[in-house]
Design a protein around this ligand. Structure first.
Ligand code: SF4
Ligand code: FES
Length: 184
């Protein structure tokens, strides 16, 4: 079973996603930027940051596919980081940043970067071309819980917490309501 990455042929594994294939061949976890994907969870395919160009022939007409959600198939030509994909990723992050605190784009001093801050650093900060619209920035940080501090003004709707609650804990006690995280 073989497919191509940037026109070089490699063997792929049965059922392997394009994301895992490219990561394995390039030996880099961040070979393709991601946002909603988490190795501990089922792939969700919602943010499209991991999109790649895919063609059926060498340098042929390309379609955009979410690499975390698409299995490799025989003879596929995968182009992970074309200019078109870099622009697309920047556009997606630009939209997310219209509802994200400006002072949280970089990690706070002495703090580890959040996964989203790592994604921003990898993709590059886009200029925001859209006016401020409805947002959830005024939500105050909740420090009432002894184990979890939640700052939902930084929520990017990746659903990882909801999916972890359901898939790992088996609890299904949080969900999204009108785009905001809520207990259910
Ligand atoms: S609160 Fe949940 S949905 Fe929001 S960014 Fe964090 S993990 Fe993602
Ligand atoms: S990382 Fe693949 S769709 Fe979000």
């Amino acid at each position: 079973m073989t497919a191509y990455i940037n026109n070089t042929k490699f063997d792929y594994h049965q059922g392997e996603t394009i994301l895992d294939f490219v990561r394995r061949i390039e030996k880099k976890q961040d070979a393709i930027p991601t946002m909603c994907q988490d190795n501990r969870l089922e792939n969700f395919g919602s943010c499209r940051v991991c999109s790649v160009d895919v063609a059926l022939e060498k340098d042929g007409p390309a379609k955009t596919m979410a690499s975390c959600h698409t299995p490799v198939s025989e003879g596929l030509y995968i182009y992970p980081n074309t200019e078109r994909m870099q622009r697309l990723r920047k556009n997606i992050v630009e939209l997310v940043l219209t509802d994200y605190p400006e002072n949280k784009i970089f990690p706070s001093e002495g703090k580890k970067a959040t996964p989203f801050q790592e994604t921003i650093a990898q993709i590059g900060i886009p200029s925001i071309r859209y006016p401020n619209g409805l947002n959830h920035l005024p939500i105050e940080t909740d420090t009432a819980h002894p184990y979890i501090k939640s700052d939902l003004s930084q929520c990017i709707n990746c659903y990882r917490c909801v999916r972890a609650c359901e898939e790992i804990q088996g609890d299904m006690i949080i969900g999204m309501s009108d785009g905001d995280l809520q207990p259910i």
